[in-house]
Design a protein around this ligand. Structure first.
Ligand code: SAM
Length: 361
């Protein structure tokens, strides 16, 4: 039996509500770019430390061009981020807003994450080309990727490294204090490894990443440390050259899903981990099913970052293109295929973006 045709005429109320929602999305998309600029220019930090001030006073204090600052303030006032006092012609950043927009806000500074919108926008044309012809966009095409990524992990990982992340593995701090061998793969600019090397001078640390620029940055930052080394190398065939049973602790921070050959990297980790070693894998939290991720507080952002970065950089290397939202089920499947038998998924209350997998042989 043929079902009656669905009524395709739009419900006027729902259509109006949806149009309204898209208008909000347009404004918020624009706001993200302006928040990114406010973060990069230090305008939020400057305003947070000033009493109500004129555009010219704010521009003067921030050492910026007054005309641009005035226009930026226009976006800040219309979005409700900054309050305008018409009687005095002055602007103020309320402390409740500064709490999410300044460097003093630490891990809560949304300005850091807003930078991704501009970074992704920088490759929109290349991504559209990939939609038509397949392939991927390589790392080098992204404006400021490693810089923004390092600021992101500096904020989201470094700020809770000692208080929340190391304690995920009972006894780990004691072992690091005694002296163990640690490997961080896809280490980027090496912020986390350099911090660990400073905290635990008796342990030895190695970081590997594809990007020679990021590795050069990491090495320069490690000046004065003699227990850390950084190596620029492609991990796609890590399963073949990983030194057997060489490390007590292996870490990957947000670095498996965007590898060209994630399974080979995981197999290499299995091979290079000592029998009593532990692998800590931080990776994006998701189910792997978009409809189940509809309630994810960062769902749209993460699928966008995946499409316009994580998936495409992997495809650009001729890789698998897993994407950031590969999900816990698949992550566990890959870990099992690599040989691991004990996998615990942990979550940190303040970290809505990631799962923390504590993995053993
Ligand atoms: C999302 S970033 C994470 C960087 C760093 N772990 C952090 O948290 O700041 C992923 C990293 O994986 C590296 N990567 C991607 N493909 C790679 C490959 N084939 N071999 C080695 N590293 C690779 C990238 O260069 C990038 O630094």
């Amino acid at each position: 039996m043929i079902e009656a045709a669905t009524d395709l005429r739009p419900d006027p109320t729902r259509a109006a509500e949806f149009a309204e929602r898209l208008l909000t999305a347009l404004n918020d998309g624009a706001l993200c770019l302006m928040i990114s600029i406010g973060h990069r220019t230090g305008l939020f930090d400057t305003m947070a430390a000033m009493p109500p001030s004129t555009a010219s006073e704010i521009a003067g204090r921030a050492r910026l061009n007054e005309r641009y600052v005035r226009e930026w303030l226009g976006a800040m006032v219309t979005s409700g981020v900054v309050r305008y006092l018409p009687e005095s012609g002055r602007y103020v950043l309320p402390p409740e807003h500064a709490a999410s927009l300044t460097r003093a806000a630490g891990a809560d500074n949304i300005g850091v994450f807003a930078q991704y919108i501009g970074t992704l926008g920088g490759v929109e044309t290349e991504i559209v080309e990939c939609f038509r012809n397949g392939g991927g966009v390589p790392y080098e095409k992204y404006p400021r990727f490693h810089e923004v990524m390092a600021e992101d992990s500096g904020q989201s990982v470094l700020s809770s490294l000692e208080t929340h992340i190391l304690p995920l593995v009972p006894g780990l701090v004691a072992r690091l204090e005694q002296g163990i061998d640690v490997l961080d793969l896809g280490c980027g600019r090496g912020l986390i490894l350099n911090r660990l090397a400073r905290l635990f001078p008796t342990s030895r640390f190695t970081g590997i990443d594809l990007s020679s620029d990021a590795i050069a940055f990491a090495s320069a930052e490690s000046a004065g440390l003699d227990n850390v080394e950084f190596i620029a190398r492609d991990l796609s065939d890590f399963d073949r050259w990983a030194a057997p049973a060489a490390y007590d602790l292996v870490t990957t921070f947000d670095a498996i899903h965007d590898q060209a050959r994630p399974l080979n990297v995981l197999k290499g980790i299995y091979r290079t981990l000592k029998d009593d070693g532990v692998y800590v894998m931080q990776d994006i939290r998701g189910t792997g099913h978009a409809h189940k991720d509809a309630d994810h507080p960062l769902g749209t952002l993460l699928y966008t970052v995946s499409c316009m970065h994580c998936m495409t950089v992997s495809l650009a290397q001729g890789g698998e293109g897993l994407g950031a939202m590969w999900g816990e089920e698949k992550a566990r499947e890959y870990l099992e295929r690599a040989g691991f038998r004990a996998v615990e998924t942990k979550r940190l209350e303040h970290d809505i973006q990631n799962n923390w997998y504590i993995v053993r042989k």
